[in-house]
Write a protein that binds this ligand. Structure first.
Ligand SMILES: [Fe+2]
Length: 299
């Protein structure tokens, strides 16, 4: 079973611009360079890096990198992929070095999202976030969560729960985004750590390859200060401050450079004993707030 979401990869036309945003607005730090291709490595904690921003022709989300927790669990997961007839590509030593891991493998989920699994990333380095942020809620809970497009919902849920061993946290149904479209569904899953959900699947595609990424702060004030920095940077907030009903996160959402949905939150639910947890089925995403404001597409 996956231990946590250890890193994410994105491609940007301007990796340096994304890195500057991450530092100035989110309070992330810069990691040391691990290749000669201008890739930016961004840090949130003692891990070597959490975000890998590579130079690309378009701005797009590339992959989630899941920490399997041990070489044994990694090998078992590779076997489970093979048993389920999921084609596995083994990462080269050079590419493992770029990810600061001992070994990794790549597969694709049934909705076309790239999934990396890895083992061996024990080297810790001292880190202090910017803007007076005490610490991001990361560590064994991973860097936060990702919600990915899952247009092929049924098979994709099966892939994550049956082949990768994710546990079900919540199955959220919402009205259609507009008339004539199907109902919205977000399927939330947890890994082997207390975070309520590490991965969500949304039943519509998205050109960026991402619905949103979430970073969790250590206090409400840190969220508020970050919201001010988002506004000062002229980034569009697409959901006002609110509290989710399933993971109880108080958060807001905005578009990071490259059109990447981003949630900054605090006070997310932690489940200490998943064996006592009953997955929920909900029809409302929020206790309060999270008023949506999506910019209209250009005419
Ligand atoms: Fe979220």
């Amino acid at each position: 079973m996956v231990a946590n979401l250890g890193y994410v990869r994105m491609e940007m036309q301007e990796p340096a611009g994304w890195a500057k945003f991450a530092k100035d607005v989110l309070g992330f730090g810069m990691g040391k360079s691990r290749d000669r291709q201008g890739t930016k490595y961004l840090r949130m904690d003692k891990a070597p890096f959490r975000y890998m921003i590579e130079k690309g022709e378009t701005d797009r989300f590339v992959a989630c990198g899941y920490d399997m927790g041990s070489r044994k669990a990694f090998n078992e997961q590779v076997k489970a992929f093979e048993k389920a007839k999921v084609p596995v590509t083994h990462g080269s030593e050079r590419d493992a070095k770029r990810r600061a891991v001992n070994g990794f493998a790549t597969v694709m989920d049934p909705s076309g999202n790239t999934v990396e699994i890895y083992h061996g990333r024990d080297k810790q380095e001292a880190f202090k976030p910017g803007h007076g942020i005490k610490e991001f809620k990361t560590g064994k809970m991973g860097l936060g969560h990702a919600v990915l497009p899952g247009p092929n919902m049924k098979d994709t849920i099966k892939f994550y729960t049956k082949v990768m061993g994710f546990g079900v946290s919540d199955d959220l149904s919402l009205p259609p985004p507009m008339e004539g479209l199907p109902k919205q569904r977000i399927y939330f899953m947890h890994a082997d750590n207390p975070r309520h959900h590490t991965l969500g699947l949304y039943n519509f595609p998205n050109p960026t390859g991402l619905i949103h990424l979430m970073a969790e702060m250590g206090s409400m004030d840190e969220v508020g200060y970050c919201m001010d920095r988002v506004k000062a940077a002229g980034l569009h907030i697409f959901a006002s401050l609110g509290r989710h009903s399933n993971d109880e996160m108080v958060s807001f959402y905005f578009f990071a450079p490259g059109g990447m949905g981003f949630e900054v939150g605090y006070d997310g639910k932690q489940v200490k004993d998943w064996s006592k947890f009953k997955p929920t089925k909900t029809t409302s995403g929020d206790y309060w707030g999270h008023e949506y404001d999506f910019p209209l597409p250009p005419e």
